[in-house]
Design a protein around this ligand. Structure first.
Ligand SMILES: [Fe+2]
Length: 274
């Protein structure tokens, strides 16, 4: 499935593999005046490339290495011959993408083929727009966002996703998440262009709500730990147990990864950074 919607000069593409007409996992990517921001999952590559040929794409930037964002870099490079720019971690991923990804990733997105990308600078142009490159980490070590300061648009990749999520992929870091959110909140974005949910208004408030929700959750974990509760008791009380998706994802994506990241960074919450 690939659907497109125009919001003035920004075009939003919504892509997903479907089963019985229902999308498995939505990914949004965007076009602004010659600039493509992310590329969609490889499982819909033919629809993506056929659609993108209608646009005058001059360059591509990538928010992070996950297959639903990098998956069509190779095909776009071959078919459209345009340069791709990314964080060094994303460049390394694209140069040698892993073959043995978890089954859920193959089903939802597919494998990302190898592609060549060059390094991002501090900003990227799109026609007469200039977008600041904001490194956040958090969702993945290489995660960046793109901020257009005149309209206060934030192309947020997978940093937002929702306000009360309690599952992490293995390797996500709660402190990177919180410091990244603080950085983005300070920009006071009006509109988020989110990898999962598409265009969203009240950008700053949404990020503040997410920050507060996660900060309160971390403080609750620490309170219970100080009260002598065990890890499994905290898992049950704060996270209401593990999700089924954790097992389907072969232990790659679940609530225990968020809890473990909080437990690994207790000193950060003791210092009262909020
Ligand atoms: Fe992601």
């Amino acid at each position: 499935m690939l659907k497109k919607t125009s919001y003035g000069e920004v075009t939003e593409f919504k892509a997903a593999r479907t089963i019985l007409g229902r999308p498995l996992y939505l990914t949004h990517f965007f076009f602004l005046k010659g600039l493509l921001i992310d590329t969609g999952p490889p499982c819909v590559s033919q629809e993506v490339i056929n659609t993108l040929k209608e646009y005058e794409i001059k360059k591509v930037v990538i928010t992070h290495q996950h297959e639903d964002h990098t998956g069509n870099c190779s095909l776009i490079q071959k078919e459209l011959g345009v340069p791709i720019y990314a964080n060094p971690g994303t460049i390394s991923f694209l140069a040698d993408p892993p073959k043995n990804i978890q089954i859920y990733r193959k089903i939802m997105w597919g494998n990302a083929p190898r592609a060549e990308a060059g390094p991002l600078g501090n900003y990227i142009t799109a026609g007469d727009y200039s977008l600041d490159v904001i490194h956040t980490g958090g969702h993945s070590k290489d995660h960046v966002c793109f901020f257009e300061p005149q309209n206060r648009w934030l192309f947020s990749g997978d940093i937002y996703l929702g306000e009360k999520l309690t599952s992490f992929m293995d390797g996500e870091d709660i402190v990177e998440h919180l410091t990244g959110l603080q950085k983005l909140i300070s920009l006071e974005p009006k509109i988020l262009f989110c990898g999962l949910k598409g265009r969203l208004e009240d950008g700053k408030q949404r990020l503040v709500n997410k920050y507060n929700s996660w900060w309160n959750l971390c403080c609750r974990v620490k309170e219970l730990l100080d009260a002598g509760k065990s890890r499994s008791e905290i898992m049950a009380e704060v996270f209401e147990g593990e999700t089924l998706f954790y097992y389907f994802s072969q232990s790659n994506w679940g609530r225990r990864h968020m809890l473990d990241s909080i437990l690994d960074n207790l000193d950060y919450f003791e210092k009262g950074y909020k």
